[in-house]
Write a protein that binds this ligand. Structure first.
Ligand code: ADP
Ligand code: TRP
Length: 322
């Protein structure tokens, strides 16, 4: 079975965009892959720390499980529970030419957005390479913004292999999310926790409905036909059902026919979310009430990840002469 690895940074509450672009794919992959899914807590140290980091880390695990990751099919763990990752990151940093980091766009983007330009933020891709290489991953499902990081990972793996004259590392491939389209937020821009425009499918019912009613729409009067493709409400609806789904086709027909106001479409979206996430919402409430179950999942996941990491690190240390 091919090994697949992916992770999300615990830098805030997960949202519908994270589900559509990442987590839904993890849930699909767990059926026929050896899946490692972790919470990138060391990476999150580039932007947050302390109690904020601790609670966000916990929340991501609970959300992973609530959205349907099964701890008996996937290894779910915290990056900080596999400290070998930082050892490997150091070893990789010693074969990483500085210009490879200078080329990385995510550092420049993040600094331009106001993040502090720490050395950790600068070498972030090396730590990500270590996450991937330490489990011998064949495949990494990612969003478009992460493709350069996988290329850097392949580059570092190949350099280390070349230096040591052995195939120490497997070179991983990436896979873009099937529904690679970006989900917009309530303001029509890319849904992102940094823009404050997210929809959280675990919100309390009334608050969720209110949030959906806030989605910005154009002033076309109720009677007139409307274009579904250009409407944020429809884009989110279709992002959740998938493009060929009869429910989104039916909604598109109602847009084009006229006589339907945006309020109706929003109500439909609200009902779709309540329906799609009803099991996830129940599971989440149950997990929040039973923290010991979450600890157990993490202990299991960490044990599996460390076992794999130990095998890979034995090869790496030997090849490096340590
Ligand atoms: P954010 O933009 O909220 O900070 P991250 O950058 O931490 O989210 O992304 C975590 C994962 O979720 C990545 O795999 C990313 O591709 C996916 N993702 C984030 N926002 C969206 C979105 N609006 N639409 C689709 N996928 C998204
Ligand atoms: N950099 C990724 C993001 O911002 C998170 C991440 C860290 C990751 N390590 C990883 C993703 C390894 C895939 C594989 O979304």
């Amino acid at each position: 079975m091919p090994t697949v690895l992916s992770g999300i940074q615990p830098s805030g509450q997960l949202h519908l965009g994270n589900w559509a672009g990442a987590i839904r794919q993890f849930v699909d992959l767990q059926r026929d892959h050896d899946l490692f899914v972790f919470v990138a807590s060391y990476h999150a140290l580039t932007t947050t720390r302390g109690e904020e980091l601790r609670s966000a880390t916990r929340q991501v695990v609970i959300d992973y499980l609530a959205f349907g990751l099964d701890p008996h099919r996937a290894h779910i763990y915290l990056q900080q529970d596999v400290p070998e990752v930082t050892e490997l990151a150091w070893i990789l940093s010693c074969v990483c030419p500085k210009h490879l980091m200078d080329k990385a766009v995510s550092f420049k983007d993040k600094v331009a957005r106001g993040l502090s330009a720490s050395v950790g933020l600068y070498t972030y891709p090396i730590l990500q390479a270590a996450d991937i290489l330490i489990v011998d991953a064949d495949l990494v499902p990612v969003g478009k913004d992460q493709v350069q990081h996988i290329e850097i990972t392949r580059d570092l793996a190949a350099k280390f292999n070349h230096h040591s004259g052995q195939e120490v590392f497997k070179l991983p491939d990436y896979r873009l999310a099937e529904h690679a389209q970006v989900l917009p937020g309530v303001d029509g821009e890319k849904m992102s926790k940094s823009y404050g425009n997210t929809i959280d499918p675990f919100m309390e019912e009334k608050a969720l409905r209110k949030r959906i009613m806030k989605i910005v729409t154009d002033p076309t009067p109720q009677e007139e036909p409307k274009n579904p493709e250009s409407c944020t409400v429809f884009q989110i609806f279709q992002g959740v059902t998938g493009a060929g789904d009869p429910r989104s086709q039916a909604l598109a027909d109602r847009y084009r026919a006229g006589g339907m106001g945006y309020g109706h479409a929003k109500q439909d979206l609200y009902e779709l979310l309540m329906d799609t996430f009803s099991e996830a919402r129940q599971r989440r409430a149950q997990l929040m009430a039973h923290p010991a179950q979450v600890d157990e999942v993490l202990a299991m996941g960490a044990a599996a990840a460390r076992e794999r990491a130990a095998q890979v690190m034995a090869r790496v240390r030997s090849a490096a002469g340590l």
